[in-house]
Design a protein around this ligand. Structure first.
Ligand SMILES: [Mg+2]
Length: 253
């Protein structure tokens, strides 16, 4: 089962479907209502403003303390594992037998609401956007719940998948794992062509597109200038999720 970040999708992604689905017999039918899968950090709020700094600082502290390395080495390890496995936690589990639940608790133990920066009116936006909404984040569940509550979205997003739920056969498979993304489509009983992933990570979007999601790149919270020019291969690029109700029509083709 492929799980780790493997670079480019193999076999070529399916083309983004148009507003109607082609059927094998040549007839066309209306697309089912969309099922929106939303990433959390730098998609629904600006994590680069302060929250990432708080998390990264705590992760570096954790590595320093538990692996007994100096700060510079701890910071390097944090980054290396994040790049290699998509989550620092996975590298710490694999190479240092770190307890993932302890790690997640310790590194997200702060008042998120105090550091949160987000656009206003997201609850109204979600109410207006047709279709079911699902949260799909590599962050821990308690942290995700706190952010959703602070954004006023906790009643709008009832299906939530945090990193604790991204396990297949007891092995953690966070985004961009294609097997996990396929599993989510089945678990949420998403009709073919209905799933849309809204994300700031191009690696995650590429995987999602390869397994049949339509894709929306949110680039407004990214601090990487290259991001502004990337993502043309996705179904839609938006600066903010607030553009979705109008831009959604363009995604349909
Ligand atoms: Mg993100």
């Amino acid at each position: 089962m492929p799980g780790r970040r493997t670079g480019r999708p193999q076999g070529g992604p399916p083309t983004e479907p148009a507003g109607a689905l082609a059927q094998p017999g040549g007839s066309r039918t209306r697309r089912p209502p969309p099922v929106w899968f939303f990433d959390l950090d730098n998609t629904l709020h600006d994590a680069s403003h302060a929250i990432f700094r708080a998390i990264n600082g705590r992760m570096t502290d954790y590595v320093e303390r538990h692996l007994r390395v100096d700060r510079e080495q701890a910071n390097q390890l944090r980054l290396t594992y994040w790049r290699r496995y998509g989550a620092t936690m996975l590298g710490l589990m694999r190479h240092h037998a770190v307890d993932p639940h302890h790690f997640l608790r310790e590194t997200h133990d702060f008042d998120v609401a105090g550091l949160l920066r987000a656009e206003r009116g997201l609850a109204r936006l979600f109410a207006r956007l047709p279709g079911r909404k699902v949260l799909l984040t590599n962050a821990p569940g308690a942290y995700a719940d706190d952010i959703l509550r602070a954004l006023g979205l906790h009643r709008r997003v009832l299906a939530r998948y945090a990193i604790e739920q991204m396990r297949l056969h007891r092995i953690f498979r966070p985004k961009p794992s294609r097997s996990m993304l396929r599993h989510m489509l089945a678990r949420e009983r998403v009709p073919r062509g209905a799933a849309i992933l809204v994300e700031d990570s191009t690696a995650n979007l590429r995987s999602a597109r390869a397994v049949g999601f339509r894709t929306v790149l949110v680039f407004g919270h990214s601090r990487a200038p290259s991001r502004l020019n990337s993502g043309r291969q996705f179904g839609l690029r938006v600066r903010s999720v607030r553009e979705l109700p109008r831009a959604h029509a363009r995604l349909r083709g």
